[in-house]
Design a protein around this ligand. Structure first.
Ligand code: GUN
Length: 299
């Protein structure tokens, strides 16, 4: 029986990071300073702490300056907004990422909206979101852009393909749909209220699963040969005698393998692309902020 090609996101991300490092060095020579990325972490969420630490490490590894700001769990809205204002005004900072989710007493939308669109490496401000919807150039959310890069690398021209995005989050589902639309796909956004989800998914040449439900998408939901991008990262309950459960995606990988044409694994698929694209976005922002030219499509 034929098996899907396993898309190696880790290798693709490593290549992109190496390219970012090359351009970061050239940028430093032209601008007389390093490109800088600031990451803000509020509170003690264990997963967020791990993400923030790996973002900081990756930033340094590609030759950019990393500024980490940690605020206590009980930090108030005004303090956080004042920090964002300070980073907006800091000429050494090209990109600002406020790690989400924020503690519940804080107004996430207001904090994100305060980030200068020129430094919005997450592509989440109303300006960035609007630019994406309007088809104007701007910074695009990292996970969807990384997913699109993997799709184009595997499929080439996406024009006319049927794409189903499962999930409608601001971070992934909605921007993913916009990006696929801009590539001339016929796009369906499915979500928790979608009827006959399996049937909807079965139409798709491209499936992007971003719902946060472990192994929800089964092999018999897929059109044979479909290209499957699994954005989910879910930790299962630990097996007897283990202290950590297995990481799985939103797609039942083993079940999908004999049906799909290509599929991203979890871990090692989309995950590594998110950080690589974050670094890419920070460097693109740095060029714009410093007025240093960067040829179209260089990164
Ligand atoms: N939390 C999980 N993913 C992300 C992301 O891409 N950006 C931010 N800011 N927070 C996140």
């Amino acid at each position: 029986m034929s098996q899907a090609e396993i898309i190696d996101g880790k290798a693709f991300a490593a290549t992109l990071r190496a390219r970012v490092a090359d351009y970061a060095a050239t940028f430093e020579q032209s601008a007389g300073r390093k490109a800088g990325l600031a990451v803000v972490l509020v509170g003690e969420d264990p997963a967020s702490k791990v993400y923030v630490a790996s973002k900081g490490k990756a930033t340094l590894e590609c030759g950019m300056a990393s500024f980490e700001h940690k605020l206590p769990e009980d930090c108030d809205q005004a303090t956080l907004l004042a920090l964002v204002d300070r980073l907006n005004a800091d000429p050494m900072v090209d990109g600002i990422l406020v790690q989400l989710p924020l503690p519940r007493h804080l107004d996430e939308q207001a904090v994100v909206a305060r980030i200068s669109p020129d430094k919005d490496v997450d592509g989440l401000t109303p300006t960035s979101t609007g630019r994406l919807a309007l088809g104007l150039p701007g910074l695009v959310p990292c996970t969807p852009l990384g997913s699109l890069m993997l799709l184009k690398d595997r499929l080439g021209d996406l024009s006319g393909k049927d794409a189903v995005v499962i999930g409608r989050s601001i971070l992934v589902g909605k921007p993913m749909a916009q990006l696929l639309l801009a590539e001339n796909c016929t796009v369906t956004i499915a979500h928790s209220r979608t009827k006959n989800l399996a049937q909807v998914v079965r139409r798709a040449d491209i499936v992007v699963a971003a719902v946060g439900r472990p192994e929800m998408v089964k092999g018999d939901w897929l059109k044979p040969g479909a290209c499957v991008i699994d954005v989910g990262i879910n930790r299962l309950a630990p097996a007897e005698g283990q202290n950590r459960g297995r990481l799985v995606g939103d797609v039942d990988f083993d079940d999908a393998l004999p049906v799909a044409g290509a599929i991203t694994p979890v871990p090692g698929g989309v995950g590594p692309m998110t950080i690589a694209v974050l670094l890419r976005n920070a460097l693109v922002a740095a060029h714009r902020n410093a007025g240093v030219a960067l040829e179209d499509g260089a990164l």
